[in-house]
Each structure stands twice: as structure tokens, then as C-alpha cells.
Design a protein around this ligand. Sequence first.
Ligand SMILES: C[S@@+](CC[C@H](N)C(=O)[O-])C[C@H]1O[C@@H](n2cnc3c(N)ncnc32)[C@H](O)[C@@H]1O
Length: 235
Amino acid sequence: MSGVLYGLGLGPGDPNLVTIKAAAILRHVPVIVYVTPMRNDKPTVSLARSIATPHLIGEKKEISIPIVMVSDPTSGRQIYDEVSNEISGYLESGQNVAVLCEGDPLLYGSFMYVLDRLKDNHTVLTVPGVSSLSAAAAAANLPLVTRNQSLAIIPATLSEDEIKARLQVSGSAAILKLGPNITKVKKVLGDLGRLQRAIYIERASMEGEKVLPLSDAPDNAPYFSIILITNAETD
Ligand SMILES: C[S@@+](CC[C@H](N)C(=O)[O-])C[C@H]1O[C@@H](n2cnc3c(N)ncnc32)[C@H](O)[C@@H]1O
């Protein structure tokens, strides 16, 4: 019998936010796969692998996906083709495989590239995880949306004009993928007169978590940081 491919959401960083279902799968799955971001040709720490650590029992086969963070998707495509073939081999031999994902697997998660390549020929079970949006809102004790409001999710990697256009049609917004893009986002929010309402949350649920008014945030934010601009109606 073929194995099952799990897309395992492991939450935003705190291992206590791993769901009971994901923890149970982690204990027994023989093969785990995770993205290792490459920086200056060297592998950095995989956050998903770190979150999983206290939940793993015994020896596992580990497959790391070395991903260079560049906008050109060509090299990533080739790596995902190779890794998906390797995963397919384990599934066909009857072994279950879990792709470990920070946050939720289907919210800007790299699991979707493996899912897309393998879903037609294998059994796939996606286990949702606590997303960075929920963790950031919780860290700031900030209602995300109330009543008839809607929420835009905006990547800070977009151009200044595109971020502005999307914010102009959004009541509330979460801006992800900050890093050095935070300067651009601060400028746009300043131009729109929305800087005062913007909250910066760094490393939500992790050691070193910070919640600050965006005006006090650093000019080169870490990768695991997010901005929330909300306008809850709680009266
Ligand atoms: C590629 S997306 C992955 C999102 C993830 N799958 C989720 O469900 O939240 C990475 C971005 O999510 C945000 N993020 C993820 N975890 C975070 C955390 N613990 N604290 C703050 N932001 C986080 C950051 O904006 C980061 O650049």
C-alpha cells in the first residue's frame, strides 16, 4: 500500500502551538522534509524543523530542501522537481512522508509546490497550523477584523505603488515578508496617513517576541515579522 503525504502545519514558532494532530503524526512518521533557506551558499536553520524537534521520537529519514530566496523561480522549480521525485519513491515503497511547514501549510507555504507535483498520484492529508496572522494578533491582543470588515494579506515584496493600491481598498491589512522592505512599507503607510494605527510584531510566539508601534520598528526587520493595521469596532 502507498504511503500518505502529510502537509504538516506546525504553527508560528512556539512548540506548544503545534496541534495534537500534527504532534501525533510527527511521532510516528518515518520521513520528514523541510525547507532550509540558503544564505551566502550556506544552509541556515529551518524554523519548521526546530519547532518539530521536541515532538520527534526515534530516528527519521530527513530530507532538506535547500532554497535560495530569489525572485527568479527557475532554480526552485528544479529543486522541487527533484525532491518531489525522492518523496514519491518513499510513498511508493509504503512509507508516510511529512513536509514540515512553519505556520499554516497553505498560507504562503512551500508545501504547495510539493502538493502540486504529487497530489494527482498520491494520498495527501494537509493538517492546518496556527498562522502568523493569528499568532501576531494574539501577541498584540489586537482583534483582526470585526463585524463587516475584511482583511487584506499583502506581501511587502510588492512595489510601493502596488502596496499602496491594495491598502487603499482594504479596511484592515496584514503585511508579511518584511525584512528590508519595511522601509518601503513605512513610507507608504505614512503617505496614506495610516502609520499611527500600524503595529509591528516580530517573532510572534517565539523567544524574543516584540510588539511595537510601527514607528518604533527597526529599519531592517527580521524575516519573521509582520505589520497589522486594524480598525476594530468593539463598541
Ligand atoms: C513565507 S510566509 C509563511 C507564512 C506561514 N505559512 C503562516 O502560516 O504564517 C513567511 C512570512 O510569514 C510571517 N511570519 C511567519 N511566522 C511569523 C512569526 N512567528 N512572527 C511574525 N511573522 C511571521 C513573516 O512576515 C514572514 O516573512
